[in-house]
Design a protein around this ligand. Structure first.
Ligand code: DC
Length: 234
């Protein structure tokens, strides 16, 4: 149990395209825990900033927006993700690689990270939380009962993102996407505040060549070992 949140927490951190989102969603559905997609919050800050016409180099204006923006997460009747910004569904818009680049830029500002901290911790509610991001295990939920650092080769991550974007109807070149992902990862890994890195007590899972089902099963097994849930639940 986390003293910060009084709720059991599983964190899943890792670079772009490592499959964090898919794995986090599947695990949260299986065990009936809440889900925090922290990357979506950074994507929303960038989008809200652009819509409000904020100067692209103004951290404090973006931080104010990060604290105040009206955001809701949910799903439609068919179970598709819905992300509402000021009541408008922007779920598709925030998933582009351009939105990811914007998110990575605003995420490098300490003011924005600080403004989102309380918002992210508010997601921790019983029976538990699966938190997906870059600094979930290192900064936002350092007391999480289980921390996963999910990775995969750069080639495979680019291929996965490419497929994901194509499935959503975006026509992007694999070579261009690979370059953009490498740029984004470098920025996320080298920023001064809360850089992307594995917590010292994280379990590292390299998912290169491993299917989603097997990774989900590995995380569920680790959860049993850490007593997050019982074997009967999985
Ligand atoms: O997980 P994602 O691709 O949706 O994240 C988009 C960007 O947001 C990512 O490149 C870096 C930033 N981010 C972050 O800095 N910290 C997090 N906990 C989650 C995302």
């Amino acid at each position: 149990m986390s003293a910060l949140t009084d709720c059991p927490i599983l964190t899943i951190d890792g670079p772009s395209g490592s499959g964090k989102g898919t794995i986090s969603r599947a695990v949260s559905l299986k065990v009936g825990w809440h889900l925090l997609d922290s990357g979506a919050l950074y994507r929303l800050v960038a989008l809200a900033g652009a819509r409000a016409g904020l100067p692209a180099d103004d951290p404090s204006a973006h931080a104010q927006l990060a604290a105040a923006m009206d955001v809701r997460f949910g799903a439609d009747a068919a179970g598709n993700e819905r992300v509402l910004l000021d009541g408008e569904d922007v779920g598709r818009e925030i998933r582009s690689e351009t939105a990811g680049q914007g998110a990575s830029r605003v995420a490098a500002w300490p003011e924005v990270r600080a403004a989102l901290l309380k918002r992210q911790r508010a997601f921790a509610r019983p029976p538990g939380l699966v938190a997906d991001g870059r600094d979930m295990g290192t900064v936002v939920f350092p007391e999480a009962l289980l921390k996963i650092f999910l990775t995969a080769s750069a080639e495979e991550r680019a291929l996965r993102r490419h497929k994901q974007l194509k499935d959503k109807g975006s026509d992007v070149s694999l070579a261009g996407l690979s370059r953009e992902i490498a740029e984004r990862d470098l920025r996320d890994e080298t920023r001064q505040v809360a850089p992307l890195k594995a917590a010292p007590d994280a379990c590292v899972i390299d998912s290169t060549g491993i299917g989603v089902g097997a990774v989900v099963q590995r995380v569920l097994e680790l959860g049993v070992t850490r007593r997050l849930w019982t074997r009967e639940r999985i």
